[in-house]
Design a protein around this ligand. Structure first.
Ligand code: BTN
Length: 251
């Protein structure tokens, strides 16, 4: 394991090559001391994992990182919103005019294509692992990919993975503080200000099947609120969202 460095308020482990930075963080989670916050990055990731059992194609030059810190299980719903807002703000820091949007639960879109994905996993004790992949230099392209992808470089935003990491940690700390001082309501409002297609027709592939309706917002638990064709609100806790361009469900 490489040496521990300090980066902002974090302990930083910068690896040359790992299977998955999330696996490294999960392994470390049993030894995390109270109040300690660790971030693990890798130049190369050979077995990156995505949400819902998918692979994360980890191309050279992109950012692969996992944060490890103590976070109560009952507040799990806030973290995807905090992290995706922090990634969005980082992109806006680099390019204030960038067309960057959020897609529930935790994707960051640039010009309508996926720039970043986030994978949250519970570690040992009360620890949470937040894995983040950001396409800095290259956008993966494969038949298995559900959603079109992009990279910062292909949108003329020049950055290195190290620079992105430093800016991101500042943004994360700011939004985390905002959550601690003002609570979930403020974070949900902020998230919705940057969300793609609120009040529009969406299709969600959930673990229990497909749902269609209007994307009405988020609950205080971070769940997606879907208005179904019969006018009822359904709370969705997991799934992949697609924007329904034909708008069949719009009233
Ligand atoms: C998604 O499916 O959208 C989530 C992708 C998360 C990928 C990141 S890359 C760093 C960390 N290590 C992993 O194995 N996965 C996450």
């Amino acid at each position: 394991m490489p040496e521990l460095k300090e980066l902002k308020s974090w302990l930083w482990i910068d690896c040359d090559e790992v299977g998955s930075t999330n696996d490294e963080a999960l392994r470390l989670s049993k030894d995390l001391r109270p109040g300690e916050k660790v971030v693990i990055t890798a130049r190369k990731q050979t077995n990156g994992r995505g949400r819902r059992g998918r692979n994360w194609i980890s191309l050279d030059g992109n950012l692969f990182m996992s944060m490890l810190f103590s976070w109560p299980l009952k507040e799990n719903g806030a973290m995807p919103l905090i992290v995706s807002l922090a990634v969005l703000n980082t992109v806006l820091k680099l390019s204030p005019q960038a067309k960057v949007k959020l897609k529930w639960p935790n994707d960051v879109l640039l010009n309508g294509c996926k720039l970043s994905g986030i994978l949250l996993e519970r570690g040992l004790k009360d620890n949470l692992v937040v894995g983040i992949g950001v396409n800095i230099k290259k956008a993966p392209c494969s038949a298995d990919i559900l959603y079109p992808t992009t990279s910062l470089q292909s949108c003329d935003i020049n950055c290195t993975r190290r620079k992105f990491l430093k800016l991101y940690l500042d943004e994360f700390d700011k939004i985390h503080q905002l959550y601690l001082s003002e609570g979930m309501q403020t974070i949900v409002c902020l998230w919705l200000q940057h969300a793609e297609s609120v009040n529009s027709s969406i299709i969600i592939h959930t673990p229990r099947g497909e749902e269609r309706g209007l994307f009405k917002g988020l609950g205080s638990d971070g769940m997606l609120q879907l208005e179904t064709i019969d006018g009822k609100i359904k709370n969705i806790d997991a799934g992949d969202v697609f924007f329904d361009k034909n708008g069949e469900n719009e009233k």
